[in-house]
Design a protein around this ligand. Structure first.
Ligand code: NAD
Length: 445
């Protein structure tokens, strides 16, 4: 099948690479000429495990094409995926300007019938809006060309995106049109071999499904973080509580890891967007509002522990903190809404010096937050420790899980660790002579 994909970010490029891998011919369009230039040379501009090899292979075999010109990519294909960003607007609602710009351009440039597929996460009613914008542009041209708009939200997670796309839990196709459903079924057949994996529903239900899924996951995270905060106060251990509740199959273990709150380009904005959509329709989404509030507070829990620790010693001014992990989670270079940024801002504002290291996100961090006073981003996990007064762990990268504690102790000025991801065991840290503070568990002092 000939497919056009607009937007070559985490979602667009992974979709393009995986569709190409199944033998489809994919035309990728992005407004960013630097990105297109790199991709044409087979260089991938984002870090996503396994992606570069698939892009390289399909580039070489001629199934992946990259352009900045939507007209060029669009008219090679019958199906056009819109996978551009939908960031949070200044009022907290979803900013649809990129999606709308693409819809207008499709209306201006299409010359043959198209199935336009919204893959970006968009509020309920956006498929109708995209339909209207395309029709308006066709009207202006005095053209009448058949098109349909389908909702096909994406559920991949950064860090495991290729695997998620290749073996999805489900593929949601939102359309009222039998022929469009059939085309998408054919395209997705290699990924969703079992029929039950491909679920066809109305466009509004499909749009809502994406928000409901992300809000449910965000709710689980805020729930366990709230439980962790209560555990700390009552002298319970959240790891034991997690094991205790997760063993109930109705609850399960996944997504109930306490930490420093969720970040990334999806959960924070999607939670806010659903609150906004509900409000627009006169409904106060109290539970989801609380999920957002709990998360905003959780991003400051680790910095508060550090500030409280140093308070009796005259504060953090002049102290040096080694910080492991800037990305919003492991296996990605994405730092959008990362909790580490809040930790860094809270502490550097009080005069603490931070030496931060991330295995993949350093480059992006230098671009986005490199200007912060008292922050130094370093490329060596060990070097940040040298002469630091304490270590804070903020991202759950595997390479942070099993450090050489003797080496850690030798390098730090004091044996002191603040763990925002509960990667270590309090008892073991205590035995090794560390003062150790984590989330929802009693500190070792
Ligand atoms: P991204 O920011 O990584 O990529 C978006 C790309 O679109 C950029 O390369 C940008 O240059 C390009 N773009 C913007 N306007 C354009 C235009 N007019 N024409 C062509 N290209 C244009 O975004 P992302 O993380 O891939 O997310 C895309 C959408 O998918 C969002 O709605 C997001 O919520 C959703 N989503 C993201 C994830 C994820 O894990 N990142 C998962 C599921 C769904």
């Amino acid at each position: 099948m000939n497919v056009c994909i607009v937007g070559t970010g985490y979602v667009g490029l992974v979709s393009a690479a995986c569709f190409a891998e199944m033998g489809n011919n994919i035309f990728c369009v992005d407004v960013n000429p630097n990105v297109v230039e790199k991709l044409r040379k087979g260089e991938v501009h984002i870090f996503e495990p396994g992606l570069a090899a698939i892009v390289k292979r399909n580039n070489e075999q001629g199934r992946l094409h990259f352009t900045t010109d939507l007209g060029e990519g669009l008219n090679e294909a019958d199906v056009v995926f819109v996978a551009v960003g939908t960031p949070c607007g200044s009022d907290g609602t979803c900013d649809l300007s990129f999606v709308e710009a693409v819809a207008r351009e499709i209306g201006q440039k299409m010359t043959t019938p198209k199935i336009v597929v919204d893959k970006s996460t968009v509020p309920v009613g956006t498929a109708d809006r995209v339909r209207t914008l395309i029709a308006e542009e066709l009207d202006k041209r005095g053209e009448s060309i058949d098109f349909d708009v389908v909702s096909n939200p994406e559920f991949l997670k950064e860090g495991d995106a290729v695997n998620d796309f290749m073996k999805p839990d489900r593929v949601i196709v939102g359309t009222e049109n039998e022929q469009s459903a059939q085309t998408l079924k054919t395209l997705y057949a290699p990924f969703a071999r079992s029929r039950e994996k491909l679920i066809v529903m109305g466009t509004r239900s499909a749009e809502m499904t994406k928000y409901a899924a992300n809000c449910m996951l965000a709710t689980k995270i805020s729930f366990i973080n709230e439980v962790a905060n209560i555990c700390e106060r009552v002298g319970a251990n959240v790891s034991d509580v997690r094991a205790g509740i997760g063993s109930d199959s109705r609850i399960g273990y996944s997504f109930i890891y306490p930490g420093v709150g969720y970040g990334g380009s999806c959960f924070p904005k999607d939670v806010k967007a659903l609150i906004g959509t509900a409000q627009e329709y006169g409904y106060d989404a109290k539970l989801i509002r609380s999920v957002d509030e709990v998360n905003n507070a959780q991003k400051h829990v680790l910095s508060t522990k550090i500030l409280d620790y140093y308070e009796p010693q005259g504060g953090v001014e002049g102290k040096v903190l080694a910080l492991w992990g800037i990305a919003f989670k492991a296996n990605t270079d994405d730092i959008r809404e990362a909790s580490a940024i809040e930790v860094i801002k809270d502490l550097t504002a009080k005069g603490m010096k931070i030496r931060a290291f991330d295995p993949e996100a350093n480059e992006r961090a230098r671009e986005e937050i490199g200007h912060i006073e008292n922050l130094e981003i370093m490329d060596d996990q060990d070097a940040v420790l040298e002469g630091a007064d304490a270590l804070a762990v903020v991202t759950d990268w595997n390479q942070f899980r099993n450090p050489d504690l003797d080496n850690l102790k030798a390098k730090l000025n004091a044996p002191l660790v603040f763990d925002g991801r509960n990667l270590y065991q309090p008892e073991e840290m205590g035995k090794a002579g560390f003062a150790y503070f984590s989330i929802g568990r009693l500190p070792v002092k």
